[in-house]
Design a protein around this ligand. Structure first.
Ligand SMILES: C[S@@+](CC[C@H](N)C(=O)[O-])C[C@H]1O[C@@H](n2cnc3c(N)ncnc32)[C@H](O)[C@@H]1O
Length: 462
């Protein structure tokens, strides 16, 4: 159960980032895309029929990952909420009256004053809210697209690849739980979005799922998807589910559960926990929601951008941003990366920018200890891929989910990217090896987007 009821005023962090060993530039960009092409598979035409996994393709994806900063930095910090929270420091500025500094000393009409105070109140409200409402609005506006449209997307394979990563991660940790407990598995899907993982939970034969997300439209779609699944497969068992619309970085979910005593074997937070790193209090609330109700031996698993990779790419860039035609990441400035509120705008496929926050992973690990959580697994997507692809079942799943693009394209299809050089790695590989064609690969641009992320798992200590 939860170890604390109120967020600590401060958390002590003593982190030496030299212990991190980031992949080299070549490994994470130049060579890691190409490595994907080592695996061959038969080329399949894009889907006409719905398959189990196709149905579960993720429609929302932020693309990010972490790698180590070019400069090794040693952090030895006492993080105090008020000093580290951008919102709070701005709040102080408001308190000092900066908003009305151009107000003439006499003669301001009452009406003008009223407008000014309304304006200030509005600004106050925005600062209080932080970026949560922008994030919710962004996800609410994302349209659900059908399979056909999805298969035409420039990032069709990137999404499938990310979805494959999640499938493997979820499958493996459900299996671990099952070794101890064979029935009544319970899961919390934190930041569940439109329910891109519902099929994974059904496949994993769980008993109960609690879905939570800040975006109410997404939650409705998620619930509808669940109802549709129930109707479509009426003779097949499906878990019970409940759906909670809440800002998981500000509200305590436990107060909203149908069963106030509800506990979980797994909390899964896919591509979502970085939104809470706007402030220490928000990150702590997210962790409290994720881990506070885990059974002993339970797992908190997820995927999140790798801050080391983000900073490495930022510092290699001549500007405050980096990316390619698929994604862009825009920081406010270089060289100063606060532990909380280090905002950057993420843009995928030209859709609007979403504000996200850097998650310095050693800090997350440290903060999770408060909830009795121990980090047991952390890999970049590349490392994860290389580890998991050795298993034949995972390889088959990769093929079924169309998580890699067949290269070269056949006469009836064309490659996802038209950019010269986006498949140079695969072309090179084809030249040098006696491989069976077509290869399976990702275009360089897609690889650059997906290789920002990492996979993690924490275990609740007994
Ligand atoms: C990239 S999507 C991932 C969705 C889903 N987990 C998946 O993998 O398909 C991120 C999700 O996090 C949700 N989110 C962001 N901030 C949140 C918060 N403070 N509380 C709850 N959900 C949040 C968004 O609404 C969005 O649905």
């Amino acid at each position: 159960m939860e170890s604390s009821t109120k967020a600590d005023k401060y958390v002590k962090v003593s982190i030496d980032s030299e212990t991190e060993s980031p992949p080299s530039v070549n490994e994470s960009i130049g060579a890691s895309g190409p490595r994907l092409s080592e695996k061959t598979y038969q080329q399949v035409d894009k889907p006409k029929m719905r398959s189990e996994f196709e149905d579960g393709l993720v429609e929302e994806n932020s693309g990010y990952v972490e790698n180590s900063p070019t400069k090794k930095r040693k952090l030895d910090v006492d993080v105090i909420v008020e000093d580290s929270d951008e919102g709070v420091s701005k709040k102080r500025k408001l308190e000092r009256g900066d908003l009305s500094e151009d107000e003439p000393s006499g003669g301001v009409t009452q009406r003008k004053r009223k407008l000014q105070s309304e304006d200030a109140a509005e600004k106050w409200k925005k600062l209080e809210e932080g970026h949560s409402s922008t994030v919710a609005a962004h996800y609410n506006e994302l349209q659900e697209v059908g399979l056909e449209k999805r298969s035409q997307s420039r990032i069709f394979y990137l999404r499938n690849f990310n979805n494959w990563i999640k499938s493997i991660l979820i499958g493996e940790f459900l299996e671990k739980v099952r070794q101890r407990k064979n029935r009544d598995l319970t899961v919390l899907d934190l930041g569940c979005g439109k329910g891109g993982d519902l099929l994974k939970w059904r496949k994993g034969r769980i008993s109960r799922l609690v879905c939570a997300d800040i975006a109410d439209v997404s939650m409705k779609q998620c619930q509808q998807r669940y109802e549709d699944m129930k109707c479509r497969r009426d003779n097949e068992y499906i878990f019970n589910a409940e759906f909670i619309t809440a800002d998981c970085s500000k509200e305590l979910l436990a107060e909203k559960f149908h069963n106030p005593e509800m506990c979980f074997d797994i909390c899964s937070c896919q591509f979502a926990c970085h939104y809470s790193f706007e402030s220490l209090e928000q990150a702590d609330m997210m962790l409290r929601n994720a881990c506070g109700r885990l059974n002993p031996g339970g797992y908190f698993i997820g995927t999140t951008p790798n801050s080391f990779e983000l900073i490495r790419r930022l510092e290699a860039s001549e500007t405050e941003s980096f990316g390619n035609e698929i994604y862009t990441v825009k920081f406010q400035k270089k060289g100063n990366y606060p532990l909380f509120g280090c905002k950057y705008d993420f843009n995928l496929e030209g859709v609007v920018d979403v504000p996200e926050f850097l998650v310095y992973f050693p800090l997350l690990t440290e903060m999770a200890k408060k909830y009795n959580m121990k980090l047991i697994y952390k890999k970049t997507f590349l490392e994860f891929y290389e580890e998991k692809i050795k298993n034949n079942e995972n390889k088959l799943l990769l093929k079924r989910m169309q998580a890699l693009e067949p290269y070269p394209a056949n006469e009836n299809s064309k490659l996802a990217s038209e950019k010269v050089g986006d498949y140079a790695h695969a072309a090179e590989y084809m030249k040098n090896s006696q491989v069976k064609l077509p290869l399976g690969t990702l275009s360089k641009s897609e690889w650059e987007a997906t290789s920002i992320y990492l996979v993690f798992a924490f275990e609740k200590q007994q």
